[in-house]
Write a protein that binds this ligand. Structure first.
Ligand SMILES: *[C@@H]1O[C@H](CO)[C@@H](O)[C@H](O)[C@H]1NC(C)=O
Ligand SMILES: *[C@@H]1O[C@H](CO)[C@@H](O)[C@H](O)[C@H]1NC(C)=O
Ligand SMILES: *[C@@H]1O[C@H](CO)[C@@H](O)[C@H](O)[C@H]1NC(C)=O
Ligand SMILES: *[C@@H]1O[C@H](CO)[C@@H](O)[C@H](O)[C@H]1NC(C)=O
Ligand SMILES: *[C@@H]1O[C@H](CO)[C@@H](O)[C@H](O)[C@H]1NC(C)=O
Ligand SMILES: *[C@@H]1O[C@H](CO)[C@@H](O)[C@H](O)[C@H]1NC(C)=O
Length: 338
């Protein structure tokens, strides 16, 4: 079956032309029926287009959504438009457009004779948060069927992982994913196309497409990977009447704020006057942050490092009865996840 590589070669942008060519190459006339090789679905400017070419006998095309929309105003022909034409070989090309409807999965079914092929598109990206250097599962599922093809692609066109002919196909895998990807092989036949990505890097961030295909049809869904390296440790130190607060290996870019207990309303170091904060990026793309400020007498000094929705606080307390200049009593660490 020469069509196994199809989804692989066809990017969403250039697909129309390429798929036509491929279809012409692979059309086989069996039992007087030309099989539907590919049902292509695309979105642009809030219009979804579903098309398939080189079919016989004359196909029908229907739209549905998941979850189904009962009150669908586009039940009739109101907002859809479908057209069929016959090519020079006497085969049918069918194309249909309809307005893009929000969050649903849009499903296009092409029926010819007694057979049907469906293709579905979940446009809404599923956001997945992956933790730097850890493992992460990119979920994807499909309706089980024979001749499974799975392609994980990072958009626009970086090959992450492929599977067909009942095995992983990693010859074309991009270098940056080498030895870091795996499918759940014992669950593929049940429709599990989820990808396990290990040792997550900052560069893994971005949009991924899961393309699956079986004899029953093909399907695309999108995942948006967000990488986080949470604040692990906030260090606070005092030397020569300067307090230094620092934290390393954070992603995305952290913020650092100072406060005191009791609060100092008239605090002169509200602005940038006396505190200096600097951020730098290390070789792995993670942020290191450091801030200094003059040591202020009896108060408890609190340094808070925030990254995304998580924050970590380091506190420096001083004892009033200290004989020396200032004794550090405690460095307290607490994490608050909001
Ligand atoms: C939409 O179509 C379905 C089945 O084709 C039908 O049961 C339903 O009544 C229709 N709804 C409207 C609003 O026309
Ligand atoms: C998408 O779904 C969310 C939550 O289910 C809802 O609040 C939002 O209005 C939906 N958006 C569209 C365009 O349907
Ligand atoms: C696929 O299998 C893995 C491992 O059991 C599981 O974590 C994941 O949730 C499954 N995904 C789907 C979509 O079923
Ligand atoms: C994870 O990636 C980093 C940087 O790319 C590398 O130095 C490290 O060896 C990798 N760890 C594992 C367990 O593969
Ligand atoms: C210091 O900043 C806080 C909040 O950022 C503000 O409410 C307060 O008025 C500021 N104080 C001075 C003296 O600027
Ligand atoms: C520290 O506390 C002592 C006793 O409460 C007070 O006399 C002194 O003024 C304080 N110093 C500062 C810098 O707040």
């Amino acid at each position: 079956m020469g069509s196994q590589g199809t989804g692989d070669q066809v990017s969403i942008t250039t697909r129309g032309l390429v798929s036509m060519v491929i279809l012409l190459l692979h059309i086989r006339l069996t039992d007087g029926a030309a099989p539907v090789q590919l049902v292509d679905i695309q979105i642009s400017d809030d219009i979804i287009t579903c098309s398939s070419t080189g079919i016989y006998p004359e196909p029908k095309l229907t739209w549905s959504t998941d979850p189904p929309s009962d009150l669908s105003p586009d039940n009739g022909t109101s907002q859809k438009s479908t057209s069929t034409k016959v090519n020079s070989q006497g085969l049918y090309d069918i194309i249909s457009t309809k307005p893009y409807t929000g969050n649903q999965t849009n499903i296009c079914t092409v029926t010819y004779g007694t057979r049907e092929k469906t293709t579905s598109l979940r446009q809404q990206d599923l956001p997945v948060t992956c933790i730097f250097s850890e493992e992460c599962v990119l979920p994807c599922s499909y309706q089980p069927g024979k001749d499974e093809i799975i392609h994980w692609v990072k958009l626009d066109n970086i090959r992450v992982h492929s599977y067909y002919y009942s095995k992983d196909q990693l010859e074309q895998q991009d270098q940056q994913y080498k030895q870091r990807t795996a499918l759940f092989n014992n669950q593929i036949l049940e429709g599990n196309a989820s990808l396990l990505l290990s040792n997550v890097t900052v560069q893994d961030q971005g949009r991924y497409k899961c393309y699956t295909s079986t004899i029953k049809g093909n399907q695309e869904s999108f995942i948006n990977i967000i990488v986080e390296a949470p604040v692990r440790l906030v260090d606070i130190q005092i030397s020569n009447d300067i307090i230094t607060c620092s934290s390393t290996g954070i992603y995305p870019e952290p913020k650092l704020t100072w406060s005191t207990d009791p609060p100092s309303d008239l605090s002169p170091d509200n602005g940038t006057s006396q505190t200096t904060t600097s951020t730098k990026v290390n070789s792995q793309g993670l942020y290191d942050i450091t801030s200094t400020k003059p040591y202020t007498g009896n108060q408890t000094n609190i340094c808070t490092v925030t990254c995304g929705t998580r924050e970590k606080t380091a506190t420096l307390q001083t004892k009033k009865n200290a004989k020396g200049k200032h004794k550090m009593v405690e460095c307290m660490l607490l994490q608050r996840v909001m």
